[in-house]
Design a protein around this ligand. Structure first.
Ligand code: HEC
Length: 234
């Protein structure tokens, strides 16, 4: 191999290794989590069973102000409307879940514009009371991460001074409060993440795609070599 070829090879190898090192091993540009997540809470956040309990807790404690549209959870006051079930069934798309091998309808996904038209008065009432519409929390986990959410729900003022979001959990009076908050974070995580079977499917697709490119690369490389040999160039 010529000196120029060697330099080129080393150069491209370094760039490739550097690239994967940064995205897989150490990324200096990544957002650093500065909000502490206690060990016990971290365990709960990763537990799918806790997420199911978290969904019920969310409906009780949070759905008076927040929806999770991706999971078919809407404002309590909207769900109490007499025409609501009919709107869901005619305009919504069923959200399916598998329980004990059976496929069940867990709720309905409603497009944002339809939901906001139906919920207009409710959202305006909330805005009048809190200065802004409490956000839909479908993707909040991806935006904020577990540490922030845990600390924020435990004590909103401490994390976001001046916020109108009320403190709802009081460890002084309720020993279970930290676990409940962790379960709610587990729920928000489960909504923002694809199901385990979907994740497995994506992994297989990813590996197959990368494998295909590597294989094609080799085939083309050999083919090129053979063509060059036939032409008497190599
Ligand atoms: C009484 C109404 C009310 C209830 C109940 C309520 N929230 Fe909120 N929440 C708000 C408002 C208002 C905001 C917007 C605050 C802001 O941006 O200052 C908010 C914002 C948030 C945010 C976004 C914070 C951010 O950084 O943008 C999260 C997450 C959140 N709430 C979670 C929850 C959870 C979980 C519950 C149930 C345990 C809950 N909220 C119950 C009113 C409420």
């Amino acid at each position: 191999m010529s000196a120029a070829g060697l330099i080129k090879t080393v150069f491209f190898t370094l760039i490739t290794v550097g690239f994967f090192f940064i995205i897989w091993v150490y990324n200096p540009f990544a957002h650093k989590e500065v909000y502490e997540l206690p060990e016990e809470a971290a365990r709960i956040v990763g537990d799918p069973k806790a997420a199911l309990e978290g969904r019920e807790l969310f409906k009780q404690s949070c759905s008076s102000c927040h929806s999770v549209r991706y999971d078919g959870v809407y404002l309590m006051s909207v769900e109490a409307k007499p025409e609501w079930q009919k709107i869901l069934k005619t305009m919504g798309k069923p959200i399916l879940e598998t329980q004990d091998g059976k496929v069940k309808i867990k709720g309905y996904y409603l497009p944002r514009d339809v939901y906001e038209a139906v919920a207009l008065q409710d959202l305006e009432n909330l805005k009048a009371s809190f200065g802004k519409v409490p956000p839909d929390l479908s993707t909040i986990y991806l935006a904020r991460g577990p540490g922030y959410l845990y600390q924020f729900i435990m004590d909103p003022q401490k994390v976001l001074p001046g916020t109108s979001m009320p403190k709802l959990f009081f460890p002084e009076y309720d020993k279970e409060a930290p676990q409940k908050v962790a379960k709610i974070v587990a729920y928000l995580r489960s909504v923002s993440e694809p199901s385990p079977s979907e994740k497995a499917k994506r992994l297989v697709m990813g590996v197959a795609t990368v494998g295909y490119f590597i294989l094609m690369g080799f085939i083309l490389w050999f083919y090129r070599k053979r063509v060059l040999e036939k032409m008497g160039i190599s």
